[in-house]
Design a protein around this ligand. Structure first.
Ligand code: NAD
Ligand code: LMR
Length: 340
């Protein structure tokens, strides 16, 4: 297990009586990329992972050879880009993480990535539907608000869709929210948990500070903090000046999400993570998918928690988020219908 467990803290963790098992296959599609490499390394450190399958259109065998020298028990295999290799990478997987696709450059929105990443994610989802239909699918590739609906449509078309097993990874938003609020309040981020709801881009990211340890944050400080959480990705894109977007913090967040699902699937209870999942909460507003606090269980999603009591200010943020979110979701759904 991870040693810095407190840094991975999730909401409402409870005592755990089942000992950790080393019997899970985890597959990373896009494993040689900026996120894929550190994510694969973190997964190699996770003793719940027994078999780590690394696939990319270039470079995965090299990454696998490198990571395989880390002296933890799991077996690491790298796969070249060929249909039979992709099949082998996916077969038997408990969890499939997809960080494949292009990242943003300064001046781009996540939506601008759609034209390249939609078909990459659609094709990888087709392979996952065929070779690992029962795996939990964790989508990192942007725009998450659209790539998750793309995966759902692909799985539906193959008649293997189970909404409990499809997750858009929004963990980085809560990781950032926890860190940024701690900077404002001068506290330890390990003790700061902020629920973030909505989607994963700009104004669709809605932190619920009223439910944090600091509900009285208000005025200009609150506005600046909310904006920083919503546009935290832009800070990294600007700082990397054209060399991509968040990779290391994303690897940390993706690894935390995978670990939470592994723990839940191995019998641990009381595990909560936010994630962008098919959700009943705002279907009437055209949002078939929504990120809120999710309790994880052996099947994946165990319970979707409602947003709960929010301030009038947050109500306004949610209203704005829903409009963009509905459009992003529809874009993904329609893409698969017209480009099956
Ligand atoms: P990157 O360009 O460094 O890596 C992407 C990798 O995907 C490359 O190695 C590339 O070869 C591979 N790839 C491309 N097409 C593929 C295919 N068909 N099959 C397998 N592999 C393929 O990019 P990155 O920085 O790792 O970012 C990846 C994606 O993650 C981007 O879309 C980025 O916007 C997104 N992202 C999401 C979050 C989030 O919070 N969900 C955070 C950061 C980045
Ligand atoms: C992030 O939030 O860092 C990612 O979605 C990458 C990006 O494009 O900002």
């Amino acid at each position: 297990m991870f040693t810095a467990r407190s840094a991975f803290s999730t909401i409402g963790r409870r005592a755990f009586s089942v000992s950790a098992q080393q019997n899970s296959k985890v597959t990373v599609l896009g494993a040689a990329g900026g996120i894929g490499q550190p994510l694969s390394l973190l997964l190699k450190l996770n003793t719940r992972v027994s078999d780590l399958a690394l696939y990319d259109i270039r470079g995965a065998p090299g990454v696998a050879a490198d990571i395989s020298h880390v002296n933890t028990a799991s077996k690491v295999t790298g796969y070249d880009p060929a249909p039979e290799k992709l099949k082998a990478a996916l077969e038997g997987a408990d969890i499939v993480l997809i960080p494949a696709g292009v990242p943003r450059k300064p001046g781009m929105s996540r939506g601008d990535l759609f034209k390249t990443n939609a078909s990459i994610v659609r094709d990888l989802a087709k392979a996952a539907a065929q070779h690992a239909p029962n795996a939990k699918l964790l989508i990192i590739s942007n725009p998450v608000n659209s790539t998750v609906p793309i995966c759902a449509e692909v799985f539906k078309s193959k008649r293997v869709y189970n909404p409990k097993r499809l997750f858009g990874v929004t963990t980085l938003d809560v990781v950032r929210a926890s860190k940024f609020i701690s900077e404002v309040k001068g506290t330890d981020p390990a003790n700061e948990e902020v629920i973030v709801v909505g989607g994963h881009s700009g104004v669709t990211i809605v932190p619920l500070l009223s439910q944090s340890n600091h509900p009285s944050i208000d005025g200009a400080v609150r506005d600046a903090l909310v904006k920083r959480i919503q546009f935290g990705g832009d800070e990294v894109v600007a700082a990397k000046s054209g060399a991509g977007s968040a990779t290391l913090s994303m690897a940390f967040a993706g690894s935390r999400m995978a670990d939470s699902l592994l723990r839940a699937s191995q019998g641990e209870t009381g595990i909560f993570e936010p994630a962008f999942v098919e959700s009943p909460l705002y279907k009437e507003d055209g949002c078939d998918f929504f990120s809120s606090k999710i309790e994880l269980g052996p099947e994946g999603v165990k319970e979707i928690h409602p947003v709960g009591k929010v301030s009038p200010y947050e109500e306004g943020l949610i209203e704005i988020a829903l409009k963009d979110l509905a459009e992003d979701i529809k874009k993904g759904q329609e893409f698969v219908k017209s480009n099956p």
